[in-house]
Design a protein around this ligand. Sequence first.
Ligand code: SAH
Length: 353
Amino acid sequence: MSALEAHLVRQIGAGGPISVADYMATCLMHPEMGYYATRDPLGGAGDFTTAPEMTQMFGELLGLALAQSWLDQGAPAPFALAELGPGRGTLMADALRATASVPGFHDAMRLYLVEGSPTLRQMQESTLARGDVTWHGDAADLPDLPLFLLANEFFDALPIRQFERADEGWRERVVGLKDGALRLGLSEPLASPRLTHRLEDTRTGDIVEICPAGERAAGEIGARIAERGGAALIVDYGDWRSLGDTLQAVRGHAPADPLTTPGLADLTAHVDFEALARAAPCRHSRLTAQGVFLERLGIAARAQALARRLEGPALETHVAAYRRLTHPQEMGTLFKVIAFTPEGAAPPPGLDP
Ligand code: SAH
C-alpha cells in the first residue's frame, strides 16, 4: 500500500467516506504525496503526453491567436498574459517565441502562471528562463488587468463531484472503505438544487458530474475579461454537457483503476464546457473541435514549412504529431476549444461567436 493510500485509509476510517472531489484533490495535490505535487508526469517517460509536448505548432498557433485578439481589442497596455496549469512550460515558451514578432505585444505583457505543483513550477522556471514571471496557486489571484489566457488540459485535472440520480433526489458517489481497502459507495439521498437543470436529460441511475473548482476558475477569468477585456482560450477533452462517469486514471500511458493507485496515477475527468460557460460572466465562442480550430489557424501550412527542414525519424515524428492533434480519430474531435471574450469583441481567429 502506498503512503498516500495508507493516509486515505486512516482519514476515511476516522472521519467517514469522502467525496470523489476530495479524493481527487488529495491524490493529485497532497503537498508531500500528491501526484502533481511530487513529479513531472509528462512525456514518454511519464504517464501521459499533451499537445504542446508533441509539437511546437500547438503553442505557436494558440499564442498567435491570442495576440490577434489583443490587436483586435486595441492592443491594451499593460495586459496579463497568463496560463493555467502550464505543465513543463512548453506551451508558453512556444507562444512567446511565436509572438515575439507581434509589434508591442511583449512590451505590454506581464506574465502570470497559475500552478499548484512546486515540482512543475521549477520546470516552468527553467523552461522559460526569464526573470519576469509571477506564479500564483489560484486563478483568483490573477491581477486586475486585461487578461489574455491559455489553458490546455488544466480543467480536466480539477476535482469533480459525482452524483447518481435516485428515485428520490441525488446520491453522491463517495470513497469509503470495505475490508480495509478503498471502495466506491453512495451517500444518502441529497437535496441538490445545483442539479435541478439536469432533471430533464437524466433518468434514475444516471451519473452527472460537477466541477466546483473549474466553475470557480472560469468565473474568475470571465469576470476579468468582462470588466477589463481580453480573451481566454481553453482546450480540453470533454463536451458541451457531461453525462456519465468520466473519471479516469492513467499510469505509464495505460488506463488504470482510479482507486487502486492513489497518488501514483493521473486522475482526470471530461470537461463540461457548458458548466464553464455558465460560470463565466462574459461571452463565449461556440465549442469547436480542436482539429477544426487548428486547421482554420493554418496548421497544415505551418506543418509543411517545418517539414522542409526535417528528415528521417524527426520528420516522421513531426508528421505523426500533426496527425495526432488534428485527425478526428485521434485528438482532433475528442479535444475541444472554447474562447471567452468581452461583450462586443470578436472571438479569437478559428472560432465562431
Ligand atoms: N498544460 C500543460 C500541462 C497539463 S497537466 C500541457 O498541456 O502540457 C495539468 C497541469 O495543471 C499541471 O501543470 C498541474 O500541476 C496543474 N494543476 C492541476 N491541478 C491544479 C490546481 N488545482 N491548481 C493549480 N494547478 C493545477
